[in-house]
Design a protein around this ligand. Sequence first.
Ligand SMILES: *Cc1c(COP(=O)(O)O)cnc(C)c1O
Length: 506
Amino acid sequence: MSGRAEFMAVLRDVVEDYFGWREACLGGAADPGGPGFPGGPDAGALVRELSKRLARESTPWPSPLYLAHMTGDTPPAVALAYLCALLYNPNNVAEESSPVTTELEREVGEDLCRLVGYDPATGWAHLASGGHAASYEAVWIARNLRALPLAAAADPAARDLVAGIPRVSLANLPVPRILDLLDALAARGVRPARRGGGTLLFARNAHQTWRKCADLLGVAAEEVETDEHHRMDLRDLRRRVVDLVGRGRPVVAVVATVGSTGEGSVDDLAGVIRLREWCERRYGASFYVHADAAFGGYYRSLCLGDEPPQEEILKPHVREAFAALPLADSVTVDPHKTGCVPYPAGGLALRDRRASAVVATRSGYFREATPAGHYTLEGARPGAAAAAVWAAHRLIGLHARGYGRLLGGCLDTARRLHRRFPAPGGLVSAYDPDLTIVNLAGGQKVVGRALAALRADGRLWVSANGPAVRLCVMKELDPPRLDHVCRLLREAARACGPPVPGSTPR
Ligand SMILES: *Cc1c(COP(=O)(O)O)cnc(C)c1O
């Protein structure tokens, strides 16, 4: 879309189509203002006032100087695709309430499978309201899968299917074997009573989602130590897994974060997969692996495509994590983080689509045999979000020259920012970020002062991460802008006067 004029022209056509459709729905009756709602103010004035307020008070996320949170820019054409679908209010709970956008979500699901390295023929991906919902669903699946072998062993109609498997293995059977068991149980029409429980493991700096998730699903949580790179400490993970497995305690899942929210760090996913293989050989016990790539997933596009991929911009261990992503059992990947689409658009990809059977439900009121809502945590879901993701993937391209170019530019900017704050005194970038979150530490006083000064100044937007100024790089900065940002940060750190009360970061 070349500019405002074309946007307006397309918008006009979209609106014409919409009113034509409404009129057809209403049997040709003229319908300029929709149904008459009783009372209330003038609708036009109401919406105009809302629009003015939004334009005046919204967060300035399109600005290159907005480095506060993970809100990327959304191309106007993508926003328009969202708006266009929104007018028809499709509900992707079932195809009968969203014939067009359910199809778009199916295509987007295949895109997301390919992005994380799953085979779309055997895997399955769908959209969710966000990383939270996607992750809850993943652990719900993992918990129910984990419980199945023990439940089968306790069920006279299924006991023979798991006969001879030692107790230690039964508590932590490899996921592919559980999926085969699931098939065998379905063939018999047997559904052993589910009994959940077990432990979810994730790193200390994992997203708050995981604590909430464990609480919600009634499973225990263990926080694994992190190393000096803010990555999960695999020795601590191994110690914990060995302890649980040895005691015959079910491990619900190990969550590896691919792009942590606070630090942009990427856990050693390949190492987690190797640990799982080692556990299988050594103890005949395994665990479900989930990758939280809510933030980092789209960076894998740097490794995709026919063109020479641009992997070399990724650190070797990040490349390795992306190479191992197809071996995780499921992946959270949020289009509304680095996928350049409006909220709400999270996503969950499953390596083996059979897994969703352990959370499937039935209802009598859908015409189709298998509405999406029978397999997803959420029910009603916005078809407009699917339309936006679909448009973004097609406009930008899930490969090195598309998203890869955009995100590679962000990575380059993050590296440059890191290098610009080397010396002790003032703000210091303590570690070279894996992905595009830069943390500038400088002690409570300096950081508090810098944050307060920036807030008062209102020209550069940043966030806090404990005793650090946190920069989320969601756009590439050209050299003059980069200089400008660095200057503003240095000035803020030097700003005199005692820290403003309440401005010191938590
Ligand atoms: C943002 C984020 C989440 C949560 O996603 P929402 O879309 O905010 O629900 C989970 N994990 C990571 C690593 C994230 O960055």
